[in-house]
Design a protein around this ligand. Structure first.
Ligand SMILES: *[C@@H]1O[C@H](CO)[C@@H](O)[C@H](O)[C@H]1NC(C)=O
Ligand SMILES: *[C@@H]1O[C@H](CO)[C@@H](O)[C@H](O)[C@H]1NC(C)=O
Ligand SMILES: *[C@@H]1O[C@H](CO)[C@@H](O)[C@H](O)[C@H]1NC(C)=O
Ligand SMILES: *[C@@H]1O[C@H](CO)[C@@H](O)[C@H](O)[C@H]1NC(C)=O
Ligand SMILES: *[C@@H]1O[C@H](CO)[C@@H](O)[C@H](O)[C@H]1NC(C)=O
Ligand SMILES: *[C@@H]1O[C@H](CO)[C@@H](O)[C@H](O)[C@H]1NC(C)=O
Length: 422
């Protein structure tokens, strides 16, 4: 046997099988407010589809009332086991419907409370080895609901950009649960730049290579996450939050000094649909006062705040590094004493407007008694790798990748067709 045949056989033998998938995450703006979408392929023939990234949603919800044409879409029959399973997945009721509306199907499976219909269609994503995307793989039985939920979450012209929302919540019918063939892990890396997409990995805990050849999973620290089975309600919006990911924060430090809060552990939610971090009022006040005091010591020049923010500084007076403006630093100390460091790039947002150039503390007051006490929004998550392991219920976080001279936009999206699913 010649050497080359031997190597060819060896290659066949060890040719790796990947059951992991990848998708770009794009940052958009509407009236200066950012939102993020996940790009997938949907329908037959496949169509690029931009879904609002929603890390807490139980189901993927597609705006299919308007114009949904696909050769492979089919409703879920009401008396099917799939329908029963969908309905028991958090929502009460066992309804069949003949209601009006384009997506209404006699005897179709309705998911209460919002009377959205369940549909099945093809969804496709490229396979990945953690370095590049590869060949496209089609999931022919992807389940989603037919609803305009995403339209309520994005405003104005953004509605034309977004075709629905990507449900990444802690549920058996979330997008990661349906596309992960055998590993219940997914990771998000949201880019800070609208012109260079970040990336989501499904079913791959390691490696996640970013240029120049850094496996960013090496930088992950882990803390337990939990979700609410019976649901908690955000009093202000009366939105149920049960399929979101929550972590426990023991202490919030500003320039290394812990701020005083009444709660022993702060219930903290990860959100990709809130652009900025939201704090319950007493926590917000404590952070506000502490940050203001520390910034005075650093001789930063306060300026009239720009709404919705409350603390802004002249950009002129701030030193900038690759980690953003030099401002008091934040540390979130988790229940297991692991620390998430937050630098200026994630804690501050730059606002440039006619004659105005300021950096504002990118946190907003949620009001008295708002639930959860602390909500980490999109801006704060940018250029951080977040890895959710649904099996072990742990969240891995990297803190800012800018520390390691890489960023979320550095995944190499050039297709390598040797990467395929076996
Ligand atoms: C519906 O979608 C099809 C193909 O995606 C397109 O050709 C058609 O113009 C759309 N119709 C409306 C009313 O938007
Ligand atoms: C569902 O209902 C249809 C029509 O009533 C019936 O033909 C079918 O056998 C039912 N399927 C199940 C799984 O009960
Ligand atoms: C259901 O619809 C109502 C009103 O349109 C909305 O406030 C609520 O958030 C929706 N709930 C879900 C789970 O979509
Ligand atoms: C998925 O379904 C299984 C079996 O019904 C259940 O034990 C598990 O808790 C579910 N997982 C989630 C995330 O809902
Ligand atoms: C996933 O499936 C592949 C191929 O069947 C197998 O080699 C691999 O060990 C599985 N991984 C896990 C985490 O179960
Ligand atoms: C990106 O990936 C492609 C395909 O594997 C490779 O040819 C190219 O060299 C990579 N780019 C960089 C900058 O490494």
């Amino acid at each position: 046997m010649s050497i080359s045949v031997f190597f060819f056989l060896l290659f066949l033998f060890v040719s790796p099988s990947f059951s992991a998938f990848v998708a770009p995450i794009t940052k958009h703006y509407v009236h200066n407010t950012p939102f993020y979408t996940l790009k997938v392929q949907l329908k037959t023939p496949l169509e690029p589809t931009f879904l609002l990234l929603h890390v807490g949603a139980t189901f993927t919800a597609i705006n299919c009332r308007r114009n949904y044409t696909s050769a492979t879409s089919r409703p879920v029959p009401c008396n099917s086991s799939l329908c029963h399973s969908l309905q028991s997945n958090r929502f009460i009721g066992n309804k069949c419907d003949t209601a009006s509306g384009k997506a209404a199907v006699p005897g179709g499976c309705v998911i209460t409370p919002n009377r959205s219909f369940a549909l099945v269609d093809s969804l496709a994503l490229p396979a990945t080895d953690g370095r590049n995307p590869g060949q496209i793989h089609t999931f022919s039985k992807f389940v989603f609901t037919c609803s305009d939920e995403s339209s309520r979450l994005v405003k104005g012209h953004a509605k034309n950009v977004v075709n629905g929302l990507a449900g990444l919540g802690f549920s058996n019918y979330s997008l990661p649960a349906q596309v992960s063939t055998n590993s219940s892990v997914f990771a998000l890396c949201v880019s800070g730049s609208p012109s260079a997409p970040g990336v989501a990995f499904f079913g791959l805990s390691k490696p996640n290579y970013f240029l120049p050849g850094i496996d960013v999973t090496d930088y992950l620290s882990y803390t337990p996450f939990f979700s609410y089975h019976n649901g908690i309600t955000n009093k202000k919006t009366s939105k149920r939050l049960e399929d979101s990911y929550f972590i426990k924060v023991k202490s919030v430090n500003v320039n290394g000094k812990p701020i005083i809060v009444h709660q022993k552990l702060l219930t903290t939610m990860i959100s990709t649909t809130n652009p900025y971090t939201v704090l319950e009022r007493s926590l917000f006040r404590a952070v506000f006062n502490s940050f203001k005091k520390e910034s005075r010591i650093m001789k930063l020049k306060l300026i009239k705040p720009v709404k919705p923010f409350r603390l802004c500084y002249e950009a002129d007076g701030l030193l900038e590094t690759h980690l953003g403006p030099t401002v008091p630093s934040f540390e979130l100390v988790m229940q297991n004493d692991i620390v998430w460091r937050v630098f200026g790039k994630n804690s501050m947002v730059r606002i440039v407007d006619e004659g105005l150039d300021v950096w504002c503390l990118a946190m907003v007051d949620g009001g008295t008694g708002s639930v959860p006490a602390l909500l980490l929004g999109g801006h704060q998550l940018e250029d951080n790798l977040l890895q959710f392991n649904l099996g072990t219920k742990t969240l891995g976080f990297s803190s800012s990748l800018l520390q390691y001279k890489t960023m979320c936009a550095n995944f190499n999206f050039s297709t390598n067709n040797n990467i395929k699913l076996f």
